[in-house]
Design a protein around this ligand. Sequence first.
Ligand code: ZN
Length: 305
Amino acid sequence: MARPVVYHPRYSAELPSTHRFPMAKFKLLHQLLLDQGLIERKQIYVPLSISRRDLEEIHPRRYHETFSRDQLTRPEQRRIGLPATSALVQRTWLAVGGTLLTARLALRYGLANHLAGGTHHAHPEFGSGFCIFNDCAVAARVLLQRHEVEKILIVDLDVHQGDGSAACFQADERVTTFSVHAASNFPLRKVNSDIDIPLPDGTEDQDYLAAIGDQLPDVLDQLRPQLVLFNAGVDPHRDDRLGRLHLSNDGLLMRDRLVLDACLRRKIPVATVIGGGYDNLEPLVRRHAIVFRAAAEQARLFNLA
Ligand SMILES: [Zn+2]
């Protein structure tokens, strides 16, 4: 099977109409990928919700229980910016299970892609910026604790700095965090990643790609991680409502090719998550499909079974 392994979390249309958008995105992305022939049904895996034991590798019980019971304080809820409906709670647990499954599929097949994930602003004890649980952090810590891998690199190319992931691993040398982001964007108070590449507003394709290309290959060579978790957020796009960079669709495609190629030519497995993106549904979903296109190409090039 010369395609990446792809799966999606179940989604729900139970949210009130004003909040249906985040769920609709996952459903439409799934359909678009099938329509475009970028994935086949037989490649799709449906995850289970993350277990409490696994979630607690990062998030303490007090936090995940108060969130799941809708008992967060007002300030805690405002910081997240999403209403704690039962559908959101279900999706939140499921998305983390999805990222862990994607990571394990990547270890097995070389490349796997999640149709959700990338909630990188979530800290161990609180959520922030539409992020409740930090899916990549949980997946990384679980794989390390179970001795499935010893060293992981998180490549976070969402336009917002990966403060939550940085906070999760400040005292854990087994995980290296690498974030390329708009310097002036959210979060105002950054938490230092191991490697931060802050970019000025309006950065375009060429400079953006050069910034990544100048550093990522060396990081991979020096670190030799056994797994890369790649947050392929599409909010660096020039039309994104919350991004401040100026990438084109081609720029995003070249970025995703660059990252996947750099990892796969070194035989380092990669798991991707979709990360952030803020625009009308139709162009946004097309943008999220870009990483799947890059993955399908790379899977063919590297003959991944
Ligand atoms: Zn973002």
